[in-house]
Design a protein around this ligand. Structure first.
Ligand code: HQG
Length: 181
């Protein structure tokens, strides 16, 4: 199994477990889970090489721990980042006082006017450290990091969730809680 194969399959898993399960004819169950055997069979039937060892390697080595198995390794899901309507079952929790969001300079005017909005995804994604936020932001262009006053938002009753792979999630971030770093 090569690193190239792992990365390619990981991208394919992002597609089917977060956005378009229908491309291989699967449905996401409650909380986003998919039966591992069904995923393997239907991927192969659709011309995508898939086997349990490959899934294990991806769950274990993926740099962001994007995917997780259930306890008995019979189901797999993406831990966050979905666009399909799915309830992941995370419970609201206390955020750190400050969270970070990395984005591109070209979005800044709109963000400072309208706040952070979730777009196609379920939530706005935030990070607990600037380094992670930088990596997210750089994907979009020239980096800018925003500081989110999560403490004040939480005090005002906004809900925060943290995914299994430590991404902080919230519905939206009004601009008054944002500051450029
Ligand atoms: C921007 C990755 C204009 C927002 C990461 C971002 C994350 C606005 C872009 C996850 C805006 C959306 C998500 C507004 C927000 N006006 N632009 N009002 N509000 N934006 O990819 O946060 O690698 O949907 O700043 O690690 O970049 O896929 O969100 O630049 O956890 O596992 O609109 O994706 O995870 O872009 O990234 P995205 P994101 P994975």
């Amino acid at each position: 199994m090569t690193q190239k194969q792992i990365v390619k399959t990981s991208k394919f898993l992002s597609l089917v477990l977060r956005h378009r399960p229908e491309v291989i004819g699967i449905n996401l169950e409650a909380h986003g889970w998919v039966d591992v055997n069904e995923l393997i069979d239907k991927s192969n039937a659709n011309g995508r090489e898939m086997n349990f060892e490959l899934l294990q390697a991806i769950v274990k080595n993926n740099n962001k721990k994007r995917f997780a198995f259930n306890e008995d390794l019979t189901k797999i899901r993406a831990s966050q980042g979905h666009s399909v309507e799915i309830e992941l079952g995370y419970l609201p929790c206390n955020p750190p006082n400050i969270l970070y969001h990395g984005t591109a300079t070209r979005f800044i005017d709109s963000i400072l006017k309208n706040g952070l909005i979730k777009g196609n995804r379920h939530h706005v994604h935030l990070s607990k450290d600037k380094e992670t936020a930088s990596n997210v932001g750089r994907r979009h262009g020239k980096l800018v990091i925003l500081e989110v006053d999560a403490k004040s938002m939480h005090e005002k009753g906004c809900h925060f969730y943290v995914s299994e792979n430590s991404v902080w999630l919230t519905e939206n971030v009004p601009s008054e809680y944002l500051k450029e770093v």
